[in-house]
Write a protein that binds this ligand. Sequence first.
Ligand code: PM9
Length: 480
Amino acid sequence: MSARSWAEPWKIKVVEPIHMTSRREREAHLRAAGYNTFLLRSEHTYIDLLTDSGTSAMSDRQWAGMMMGDEAYAGSRNYYHLEEVVRDVYGYPELIPTHQGRGAEHLLSKLLIRPGDHVPGNMYFTTTRLHQELAGGTFHDVIIDEAHDPASAHPFKGNVDLAKLDALVKQVGADRVPYVCVAATVNLAGGQPISLANLAAVAAYCAPRGIRVILDATRAVENAWFIQQREPGQRGRTVAEILRALCDLTDGATMSGKKDSLVNIGGWLGLRDAGLAAKARNLVVVYEGLHTYGGLAGRDLEAMAIGIRESVEEDHIRSRIGQVMYLGERLTQAGVPIVRPVGGHAVFLDAAAMLPHIPRTEYPAQALAAALYAESGVRAMERGAVSAGRDPKTGEDRFPRLELVRLTIPRRVYTQAHMDVVAESVATLFERREHVHGLRFTYEPEYLRFFQATFAPVGADVVLDAEDAADERAPAFATP
Ligand code: PM9
């Protein structure tokens, strides 16, 4: 029997035109954006792989749900629908909606962290760590060493190293560790999963010491799929069952609904402890809005409730990660150094390996993301030293071992043909990698600098030298 190709489990009902720009135009746009892809206009981007956050295509069912928005200030029926879905799918009895994930991180950090506390986690995430620091805490990375090695093929690079966790707890005392923050999957490690067995071990370690376990559930559905595929004994379970098993091991979760849950805005804090939830409900009115809307419209709550149900459908999650795998395979075939194994939401280019001629102090990943845009109009995101920012105590640049560029795949937005164009664009840039120049800051904001910083090329006028011959790369059509 001949093989059958894989295909997306949806058909397209509404389209949004996108346009290719010329190399000259892109150079002007890049200069105006200070070589920061966050500062480019979307309309100047051809294929937008900046992020999978809030960029999903909603389904016809979600759009229908938007028309069912109950826009009452208090007690909207959409809130109660979302509460019912979160209880059923994630298992947290207490739901506090927030405008997005960092709203939940803000509330949680303010509630649980006292100045001088220590918060261990399986690698930092930008907004999560900043809220921990603003609350007076210090973040400690307790992820396994393999997570910092782009070439390690470990199937669960998101795992917590129990020995590192234990050493920290012994050093500072359990009473100074309010919770362990466990992300599933781990974004900055390359979208890598944590195993169910490892999370169970973390929970068993924490419970007798009175340390809470808080899940960053932003991409926990994707994590559940990896568990189903890779963890011994999990093949026979559904993604929904595994997701629930993950959450059952934790005391609560912060959630950005803008990823797994297939919505353009929304998040929540889920808790088991009713007393803590009452405090969170009191705090949410200060920063987000009443506890039955949390900064969202009723229609947004409804779209998220429906999106959560769709997110755990097996067909959906298989094709979502399948598309990311496809791009990863194409890049591997082209010899491009990427983080292995390929993660759930993105393919991460190893900028340090690709651009050894650019020192870390000239931000190779920032330069690579800018050069990719100049080459092809594909927009990606730096995930290296610029994202890591400065140490709040010393003011020094933090240089994480991973210096990466993230090609992040929005859900249900692009087709396999788009992935082919992306793979060809990166492969072409890879061939010309010695023509990429480093960058220096021209403006550096205080918080989360990667969003708004601007740069200039070091020792050159452009971040990527122009080719001698025609530099316009029109899509190649076979003409009869
Ligand atoms: N992640 C991302 O592109 C949005 C912008 S930050 C560069 O990956 C995790 C694991 C995230 C995340 C956002 C948040 C914050 C928390 N945890 O963006 O506030 O990946 O909804 O969520 C982004 P919000």
